[in-house]
Design a binder for this molecule. Sequence first.
Ligand code: SF4
Ligand code: SF4
Length: 693
Amino acid sequence: MIKLNIDGKIIETESTKIVLEAALESGIYIPNLCYHPDLTSVGACRLCIVEIEGMKGIPTSCTTLVKDGMVVRTDSEKLKELRKNILWLILSEHPQQIKTSSQLQKVADWIGIKQMVSGYTPHSKNIALICDDPLFNRDLDRCILCGRCVRICQEVRKAGVLGFINRGIKTTVGTSLDLPLKDAGCVFCTACVEVCPSLALVDKEEFDEKERQKVLLPCTNTCPAGIDAARYVRLIAEEKYQDALEVIREKVPFPKILGYVCDHPCEEACRRGQVNEPIAIRALKRFVAEKDTRRWRAKIKISPASGKRIAIVGSGPAGLTCAWYLKKLGHTVVVFEALSEAGGMMRAGIPRYRLPRKILDQEIKEIKNIGVEIKTSHKIGSTQDLFSQGFAAIFLALGCGEGIRMGVPGEDDPRVLDGIAVLRAINSSKKADICGEVAVVGGGNVAIDVARTALRMGAKKVSILYRRTRQEMPACSEEVEEALKEGVKISFLVAPQKIISGGKKLKIECIRMELGEPDASGRRRPVPVQGSEFIVKSDRLILAIGQKATVPQGMNNLLNRKGWIEADPETLVCSVKGVFAGGDLVSGPASVIEAIAAGKIAASAIDKYIGGLGVIEEKLTSAEIETACLGRKAEFAHRKRTQLPMLAKKKRLKGFEEVEFSLTKNKAVEEAKRCLRCELRLKISKAPLPPST
Ligand code: SF4
Ligand code: SF4
């Protein structure tokens, strides 16, 4: 350690520091623009000049090492005047309006830009905005040639894409041969955007600081259960499969099931999608879940018995997740399931060709293995019954097992079937009344599952009637794609309005729709086109337009005026003390991952209610040392998303054989290496700003 004097203040610091850092660390601000804590200092902008006793000239503090006994002055009148002149030069080719919120604006305000610019007319370079690259735009008229973007691209990421191009007054930042970023080898880490002080490089998507994490690392931040997708994708790229699996297991007890059926909001939001195609995050999860050596099992902690008993009604993803976490905290957990097997909608609603039963059974077995008791074929009539059996708290996760009717004349014809009941029957190997030509009403995952199942059950022709367009369909786009490949027809902008019974075939009177203004769901409302009625003939009509919960009479005291069980969205607490409710029962039909997220909230809230801290998650992995270097990667932006191996179409309709297969090791690693490593941008240090900002 050495001691130096800056503006009369004695500062103790390490001998490897530069004067600028020593000053900033002790609260003395020296204006700067080309300096950045993560980059080598070059002293290019010269704003950080200081006076040092015994040293000739005015050195830049970002390139001068501290010395024992050094005496530094940062704020003399001479320095202030010189900085104004330097800033004048920097801004002489900048548009008059500096972007507010840029570091440049803040530094200019601190130096005193207002007095300075009154007497000069800047002549901007008139460089056209470049906005045809993915993720960020380049407004090089605003570039002040500080070189931070070039240095982070060259020195830190080692991608070597950005450099100074042209000569003299035409010098600017660009790519070799002025190629578009995709062709110049850009890895789209957007580190250059992060460090640009003038906002010459800007994200295409504007965002508020509060939204920063969600916009810049969307895969991790859109997962309802908080799975760190960016981290496990990186670990797969590094071939650390058990670590990757443990990252997933830190957040959910069902990695495999999710690897098969998650509706992957992470993938929808993945930034690689803006470059070409999103990372196949779900398929990577499945790959790594299938590589499970159960190393995680020896790491998980199961607390000693707390003496508290919790009842969970419903063994779907919400109920079983809640059971898993509460059992790990030492509570005695009993899950009551009305059906003969556990799994809720994962078993009753999802067809086997999407989720093989052995996968479901394996992961439910892990829940039982830690001591959760699951009582199947066990209907619960009221919460009071459970309290009288000595349960301290109850989680209601009954799901939504009853289909909604359309409310149109004629739908009580026995040939009009409930989609969810059809799936439940077929999934439990019971008979379902499917034959001939089948029409399905709806646009969600249940409608697609019903349509694909009907084909497998021998229907000659299956058509989906949907009242909006493909764009508004809530079903997973890849499921829709597979349904079309298998021969399902979809009629868009069509709604049934009457069922005419009596004949050999059902006559479904439909009306054409057009899209009007957006409704509460944000999707454009379908509006009937008067006089456009037409008839669709069909042997069966299956309704898949939504589901509701069947709440036992003994729980009517928990219902709100609309007939739904109401629970606080933060804690899932119901109107009766000790009763919690979540999952589809409260939210309406949702995805498996959303139900898992609800189960976690319930576990935390119940643990707190019975005297615990509500801390349910545990670390199974320790943080890795990550390199910020990405290197040059040939054709990186053009690398295509890995296609999943699929069962041949002609084999599919013969039964319920699994349709999608797992990635091979090589394909999985190759796919994981397409990731943009968006998390690295969030680890870039903040540039030092003037104290007033
Ligand atoms: S684009 Fe931004 S970071 Fe790059 S040299 Fe110009 S001002 Fe500096
Ligand atoms: S590119 Fe990688 S880090 Fe970025 S959003 Fe996609 S998966 Fe996540």
